[in-house]
Design a binder for this molecule. Structure first.
Ligand code: PLP
Length: 229
C-alpha cells in the first residue's frame, strides 16, 4: 500500500511539475509519519523514500532508533526548548523555528555535538491564532538573528496555512510565502543558500503548493493512509 501510494504521489508530482514548467528534482517530499509506526517508515524507505517528518518529540525518540539507518528526520511540530536536545540528536532539519530563544538553544546543542543543523523559519502566513509561526513582518529580524548562530543554517521558510480554507485561499497563502521568501532573498538574508526552500503543501493541497513554488511538500495521509488516532 505505502509503496503504491508513494509511486502514485511521485507520478502526480512529476505531472504537476511538468505542467507548470518546473523540474521534478526541485521538489522534495517529506513523508509525514506522525502516529504511524517505525514499520511504516521502513516500508516507505524500502520504496525509496528518505525524508520523514515528525511533530512530537516523544514519538520521534521512540521511532527514530527503530527506523532504517537511511531515514532522515525533519522536525515539523511546535518545539519546546527543553526538548530541543533530542531533536538535535535525531533530526537533520528543524522546519519549525519560530523564535530566537529556540534558535539559540538548538545552536547550543549543535555546538556540543559538533553538528550543523539546517532550519526553516515557520511563518504564520494566514495570521491564524491557532497556528504557531512568526508574523511575516518579523521574519527578517528573526533570520538576521539566526544568521549569527555558528551551527545553524537558515535554509528557507515553512508555513501551515489556516485549515478549512478554499483551494484558492490556500493558493493565495502559498503565493504570499513565496513573495516573502523572494523579498528576503533579495535583501541577502539567506546567507547559507542560493536556493532558499519553501516548505508548504500537504496531502490535500500539494499540487497547488508546487504550482506556487514549493520546494518541500509535507505529505502524510496520501502516503500512509488515514492516520490512527
Ligand atoms: C500532519 C502534518 C502534515 C501532513 O498532513 P497530511 O494531511 O496528512 O498530508 C504536514 N505538515 C505538518 C506540519 C503536519 O503536522
Amino acid at each position: 500500500m505505502i509503496a503504491k501510494n508513494l509511486q502514485h504521489l511521485n507520478e502526480t508530482i512529476s505531472a504537476v511539475a511538468r505542467q507548470c514548467g518546473r523540474k521534478r528534482e526541485e521538489i522534495q517530499v517529506v513523508a509525514v509519519s506522525k502516529r504511524f509506526s517505525a514499520e511504516a517508515i521502513e516500508a516507505a524507505c524500502n520504496a525509496g523514500q528518505i525524508h520523514f517528518g515528525e511533530n512530537y518529540v516523544q514519538e520521534l525518540a521512540i521511532k527514530a532508533p527503530l527506523s532504517p539507518q537511511g531515514a532522515r528526520f525533519h522536525f515539523i511540530g511546535h518545539l519546546q526548548s527543553n526538548k530541543a536536545k533530542t531533536v538535535v540528536e535525531l533530526c537533520d532539519v528543524v522546519e519549525s523555528v519560530d523564535r530566537e530563544k529556540l534558535g539559540r538553544i538548538l545552536n547550543k546543542h549543535c555546538l556540543a555535538l559538533d553538528k550543523t543543523l539546517d532550519v526553516l523559519v515557520q511563518v504564520n502566513i494566514g495570521a491564524d491564532p491557532n497556528k504557531s509561526g512568526i508574523k511575516k513582518e518579523e521574519a527578517a529580524n528573526l533570520i538576521t538573528t539566526l544568521n549569527e548562530l555558528s551551527h545553524i543554517r537558515v535554509q528557507g521558510l515553512m508555513t501551515i496555512p489556516p485549515i478549512h480554507q478554499s483551494a484558492e485561499q490556500n493558493r493565495a497563502h502559498f503565493r504570499e510565502l513565496r513573495r516573502l521568501r523572494d523579498a528576503l532573498a533579495e535583501k541577502g538574508l539567506f546567507r547559507d543558500t542560493d536556493r532558499p526552500e519553501l516548505s508548504m503543501g500537504m496531502s490535500g493541497d500539494f499540487q497547488l503548493a508546487i504550482e506556487e513554488g514549493a520546494t518541500i511538500i509535507r505529505v502524510g495521509t496520501a502516503i500512509f493512509g488515514p492516520r490512527p488516532l
